[in-house]
Design a protein around this ligand. Sequence first.
Ligand code: PLP
Length: 391
Amino acid sequence: MLQREISRPIYLDYHATTPVDPRVAAAVLNAMTTAFGNANSVDHLYGEEAAALIDIARSEVATLVGGEPDGVHFTSGASESIQLAINHAARQSRSSGPLRVVMSAVEHRAVFDAIAALEGIGEASVRQVPVDSRACLDLDALKDACAFGADLVCVMAANNEVGTLYPIERVAQIARSSGASILVDATQGAGRVPMRAELWNVTYVALSAHKMYGPKGVGALVTAPDRKVRNSHSLVRGVGDGTPNVPGIVGLGEACRLRRLEMEVDEVRIASFRDRLETLLLADIPEAVINGDRANRLSGNLHIAVSDVPHGAVVARLRRRVALSTGAACMSGAQTPSHVLKAMGLARRLQEGALRLGLGKFTQEREIEEAAHHITEAVNATRRALAVTKS
Ligand code: PLP
């Protein structure tokens, strides 16, 4: 067992997913083995107990993002939440024509795909808002796009590749002043940066448990009071309530509770580790470029690019030592250039040398120097190998 622990690579891919906090796992286990009732069978204590646990989770999710418990709809993850929100918005605007969507150019694939599906059947039209070289949104362009007419504005809380944070309160003001609803994909931001959905007038917030030390396969869509619906399935016409995933929902709720209590302290520590890693890497690889908005990014994000050093080769060399990625989880391995880096105008040679490092709550201080050493070695070894091939 100890041997396995020692040989496991350092985990620096917290944007892809996070390990489950053992306290969350304990709550999930309890909901599977002791409080295992069917929350729809409220004729006895077991069902009542499960239903009460769901209510607690609902309240924790709402509190974390500043919404109302009644607005919380449990889903299988952020992708489903995003789809629900976009389809719900489309249904609301159907009588007046296709859904007019304004979205940032760096949204997650889940947003692009859900909108493309509607576009394909003539039920949506899209305007993309550009970002600058740090992936910051052009707010004037957002205003202009909204002025053409918008029903739904989609802007993420934090970017899953380069970590840039978005000014959601300001974006929501712009959206609302043109009469549009706003969907915030808070998958990377929830539990890392404060969210005040109701105060900021946000219509839909999507989030996922596995990005905040909870289990996979469960998430939530939080809707504003003016879109209040009793349960997730009432957003989907004609589908009734199935048996809720009580353990998953309990895990999500407990993860949200712990994030609310611990996020502030955790994020300061994580940022200090990230800064140390950044300093070490820049000292050893001075030509490396740091992407994203260094003044306003996720604490755990470090996105670096080394020109002419193919990232696939670096990641392969690091396979047994450091777990990191070349881009978003849904893109890595696909050899497709990142739409985020393209939208930022990053030179092709840098795009191909991009490495996404993600630190989190369980990253240890001692892992930082070790990871920096291994990454530097892998970059240098890749360079040497390329030089031999070319000579
Ligand atoms: N949105 C963002 C910003 C993400 O990073 C992810 C996952 O990588 C998703 C949406 C999809 O989340 P899920 O895996 O819960 O469907």
